[in-house]
Design a protein around this ligand. Structure first.
Ligand code: UTP
Length: 270
């Protein structure tokens, strides 16, 4: 079993639900208090022990590249903002936003044969645990040596926005996944456990992505590739300890901003 050294961060989505905020800037560059969202995502990866980062970008996302230009790195300033040393970051462009599975496929060359972490560019986490959520997932992968997906309980009215798993609980936080369905009608959902934006995958996933046809919303869905994989090999879900903020909608972005501001003593009036 290989150590998880690499993360893939898909950030090529159009961000239409945040329009008009995303007319001139990517959603990954929206602020959460005093840092852009993508900064938190990279920090989460670094906390999981990642050494190499690939960010999948698309049209109009150049400011993400500029943000991580190492010429802009100031070791004093950046230490205060979460980086002791500047992480190794690469970028690749997804030609068209054809779906999350297609975005991950752009990482094939970067990943090679190694297992790798995936963190969505618009999703950040907080936790009371000593381990960051991505670190929890990496540890769970190490215990099982099989692909593993962060999952969490989803309220009935939200099920239609998530990939939902069907599986068997095998221990306190682990599910053995038997099936998965992208954005089901709540009445057809196989469970209330939703896929929560973080994954540790093995390079076999590319074989399943190769066989995909277009799924929900005419996009190549990672959930469909995972579903096919789960039929042939062990794939686990891991109920992480922490809270997830998907900043892809205005309500959730505002919610995240407020929660992070409340938690940051720098911004509390005396
Ligand atoms: P979303 O579906 O939440 O993002 O994709 P989106 O496409 O930007 O959303 P809307 O509907 O237009 O508002 C989940 C993650 O997958 C990435 C997104 O950037 C986000 O991090 N993604 C999605 C890609 O990188 N490429 C794609 O083709 C689709």
């Amino acid at each position: 079993m290989g150590k998880i050294r690499k993360v893939v961060i898909p950030a090529a989505g159009l961000g239409t639900r945040l329009y008009p905020l995303t007319r001139g800037q990517p959603k990954e560059m929206l602020p959460i208090v005093d840092k852009p969202v993508i900064h938190y995502v990279v920090e989460e990866a670094v906390k999981a022990g990642i050494e190499e980062i690939l960010i999948i970008i698309g049209r109009g996302k150049e400011s993400v590249i500029n943000y991580f230009d190492s010429n802009n790195f100031d070791s004093n300033l950046d230490r205060e903002y979460g980086f002791d040393k500047f992480p190794e970051i690469f970028f690749v462009r997804q030609k068209e936003p054809k779906g999350l599975a297609d975005a991950i496929n752009c990482a094939r060359g970067f990943v090679g044969e190694e297992p790798f972490l995936v963190l969505l560019g618009d999703t950040i986490y907080t936790t009371q645990s000593k381990d960051a959520v991505a670190k929890q997932l990496v540890k769970a992968f190490e215990s099982k040596d099989a692909p593993i997906i962060a999952v969490e309980k989803i309220g009935q009215s939200e099920i239609k926005y998530y990939g939902i798993i069907d599986g068997k609980k095998v221990s306190d936080r682990l599910w053995l996944i038997k099936d998965a369905v992208e954005k089901p009608d709540p009445k057809d959902a196989p469970s209330n456990m939703g896929i929560a934006g973080a994954y540790v995958l093995t390079s076999d996933i590319f074989n399943y992505i190769d066989r995909l046809s277009k799924g929900k919303n005419g996009e190549y869905q990672l959930t469909d590739a995972l579903k096919a994989m789960a039929k042939e090999t062990e794939v686990y879900g891991y109920e992480f300890e922490g809270r997830r903020y998907d900043i892809g909608t205005k309500e959730r972005w505002i919610d995240a901003f407020i929660e992070f501001a409340k938690g940051d003593k720098k911004f509390h009036s005396k």
